[in-house]
Design a protein around this ligand. Sequence first.
Ligand code: 5CA
Length: 449
Amino acid sequence: MRLTRYFLPVLKETPKEAEIISHQLMLRAGLIKQQGAGSYSWLPLGYKVLMKVQRIIEQEQDRSGAIQLLMPTLQSAELWRESGRYEAYGREMLRLKDRHEREMVYGPTNEEMITDIFRTYVRSYKDLPLNLYHIQWKFRDEVRPRFGTMRSREFLMKDAYSFDLDREGATAAFYRMFVAYLRTFHRMGLTAIPMRADSGPIGGDLSYEFIVLADTGESAVFCHADLLKKPIPAIDTDFRGDLEPIFKDWTSLYAATEEMVDQQAYEASVPEDKRVSARGIEVGHIFYFGTKYSAPMKAVVTGPDGKEVTVHMGSYGIGPTRLVPAIIEASHDENGIIWPVSVAPFEAVLINLKAGDAESDAACEALYGALRAAGIDALYDDRDQGAGGKFATADLIGIPYQLILGPRGLKEGQAEIKHRQTGARETLPIADAVGRLKALIEPQRRDQV
Ligand code: 5CA
């Protein structure tokens, strides 16, 4: 992409309304624009990151056996009356009426609708296990929308719903999602710690949150330090086998959010030098809730003995529009964002230090062509502007590698690569630059764990 033909509205000043660094940087780097209270447009650069985050989520969901579909945002109030949540959900749910005076809600989550889909089509235990997911906008009329897309009113959620014959089957589904989540966050360069949680309005008795540690996190968390450096399970790509040992291994070390923490148990089970009390951002939440929705909504199948069985369900949420700021909170410096390659909007930025100079332009055009031919997603800063501004933009928007070429280097046949994360610089023959970038970038794309 040529910057002169792109749409990248970067801001010089830090917007006053933004309290936390990720919100400031998302506005400054032209990732989002506020449209109303807790409502944001995703501008092209932000949208590219969001799509990469979603792609990783989809790959790991698919790999775990979940199947993608798409449900609408507006739902009939009737469905919510069936489960008993129409009254229970309270003012967080946006309610509206259509021209026929039919009561509708803008979905804050989809347990009811997916249960309706299930009961329409599934009749036999032979069709289980089943796990269906979608990525769709949700609306929650949060009391305090804040921190940009971190806690907005309209936000994207990946929500998956599992259906099983019994508690044992549902627990196995829960473990699969648990492992899929560990892999998902790891591929985005995040350390996310599973913590036992309260299940709130979703209900159920088994519930874990995945928390990314950051000073600006909304909740206080307490955990064992070893959780922060646990290797991610490299499992069979089809998720076969028993995943309970992985779940047990990860949850045997103490970790809890402030709502759930038991200070005595924490101090008893974690040696003093291993106690981490920090703040964290909840990026995912998984629930097992048995027959809470399937019983009132009559989602039943015929079991192996011919008798009717009410199915056991779980639901599994991840917030893609929250993950983008969470990644920034975890990875930035005083000059801007530092994207991990796996979610970076561009993998490299080519900086022409003297746009307008015939020789520089020709050499940069050739390099830009070579970058594309090598399959590197590159931004070409071809603006007719001073070098200082170009370096500042490249740092601000966080592109992992800067490939820098100017008249002086050109004379010596040399280009420079700057690593955004470490600040390291290497000078190398122009002809070697693209090959070197490819070697740096490819292993970090993290298609696998
Ligand atoms: N039905 C269940 C799971 S599918 C559910 O709604 N879970 S949740 O309430 O915990 O939300 C799931 C995820 O959505 C959260 O972990 C968070 O990443 C994201 N999320 C929730 N509320 C917001 C919000 N106001 N802004 C941005 N992301 C949010």
